[in-house]
Design a protein around this ligand. Structure first.
Ligand SMILES: NC(=O)c1ccc[n+]([C@@H]2O[C@H](COP(=O)([O-])OP(=O)(O)OC[C@H]3O[C@@H](n4cnc5c(N)ncnc54)[C@H](OP(=O)(O)O)[C@@H]3O)[C@@H](O)[C@H]2O)c1
Length: 323
């Protein structure tokens, strides 16, 4: 089978499409015939050698890719939840050998059934971003109908799902984005969209219940200004796991008796979170946003585009044609 692997850390050119052995599943694992994956910032961060959190887990040669959507081809003896032929999606093996591959094996517990009303390409765009958006907005953010939610990086992979999930929960949603994404975000359900380049969001907003920072840019000043906008007892959730909160941010949160947490890296209910998003997708309240689809042999181009940090929604990698 074919898979993308790296033998050295570096730029997009280190990714090679190789012929490798098809993996063999264990008793609690499934073998998945892959149809689609997508590009996440973690993919190019790992390709470059990782950050302080990831580096200890990265051993070369390494397969890349977080997201997986495909069909169950074989099931281990202990697997009760899936059978051959099931369409599944999930985030397998992170941060080990990844999903840019024609087949993969992983624990069955890392997958859930795909929504019945979407394609493999759409499913490949969703799992890791949907998990983070759900964990951030619902589990940690404890969003309630009528609350005012500020989402930074609203047009990105995580951000667009956070907008949709917060909206589905009845919140008043304010996103930050470039001007070319204003109409797109309003169509997704955002009540207000602020241009983070030209508009001073901190001068225009107040009384925010929940800040969800889903920007791929680690910007200390934006964090502190956002914390200052929170209501007393508000919540600040940040996706940037590798970037700890500064004392200035902790002080700003303390002034509001606010809770500040990072989201990601496991720990929260995994498959149940993705299953909740699945339900919203099947109800037509959340959809996948795909900006472009690349074939597996053009994954380097896909990474270059993702590294601009201005992709709308997701870049999907097509591994097989779907019928
Ligand atoms: N913790 C986890 O497990 C986990 C999982 C997935 C992602 N993440 C993290 O979540 C963050 C977002 O990931 P992602 O996949 O959504 O990234 P992404 O899709 O690459 O984000 C792209 C978006 O970021 C926006 N953006 C760029 N600069 C911005 C700025 N200065 N202010 C506000 N928005 C800006 C762009 O909007 P415009 O084009 O409109 O400018 C673009 O739509 C990353 O930090 C990633 O590492 C964490």
């Amino acid at each position: 089978m074919k898979a993308i692997r790296i033998h050295a850390f570096g730029g997009p050119e280190v990714m090679q499409l190789e012929e490798v052995e098809r993996p063999v599943h264990g008793a609690d694992e499934i073998l998945v015939k892959m149809y689609a994956t997508s590009v996440n910032p973690a993919d190019y961060i790992i390709r470059q050698g990782g950050n302080d959190l990831l580096r200890p887990y990265l051993k070369l040669p390494l397969g890349l890719g977080l997201d997986a959507a495909g069909i169950v081809e074989e099931v281990g003896n202990d697997v009760k939840d899936f059978k051959k032929g099931d369409k599944v999606y999930g985030v397998p093996n992170f941060p080990g050998d990844g999903s840019y591959a024609e087949y993969l094996t992983a624990k069955a517990s890392q997958f859930t059934l795909m929504p019945r009303n979407i394609t493999f390409m759409e499913a490949g765009a969703l799992p890791s971003c949907a998990l983070i958006a759900w964990n951030g907005i619902v589990d940690l953010g404890r969003v309630e109908a009528g609350q005012r939610v500020l989402i930074h990086g609203a047009a990105g992979g995580v951000g667009n799902l956070a907008v949709q999930i917060a909206k589905a929960k009845g919140a008043y949603v304010i996103g930050t984005a470039s001007p070319y994404n204003v109409d797109f975000l309003k169509q997704l359900g955002a009540n207000e969209v602020l241009d983070y380049r030209d508009q001073q969001f901190d001068a225009l907003l107040n009384n925010i219940d929940l800040v969800f920072n889903a920007s791929p840019v680690r910007d200390h000043a934006t964090r502190v200004k956002s914390a200052d906008l929170l209501k007393e007892g508000g919540i600040f959730v940040c996706t940037q796991l590798d970037s700890p909160f500064s004392d200035e941010l902790k002080d700003a949160l303390a002034r509001k008796n606010a809770t500040g947490t990072h989201v990601g890296g496991g720990g929260l209910a995994y498959v149940s979170s993705l299953s909740e998003t699945t339900r919203l997708i099947e109800e037509g309240k959340v959809k996948a946003v795909i900006s472009k689809v690349y074939p597996l042999d053009q994954v380097s181009e896909a990474h270059r585009e993702s590294e601009t940090k201005h992709v709308r929604g997701k870049i999907v990698i097509k591994i097989r044609e779907e019928n």
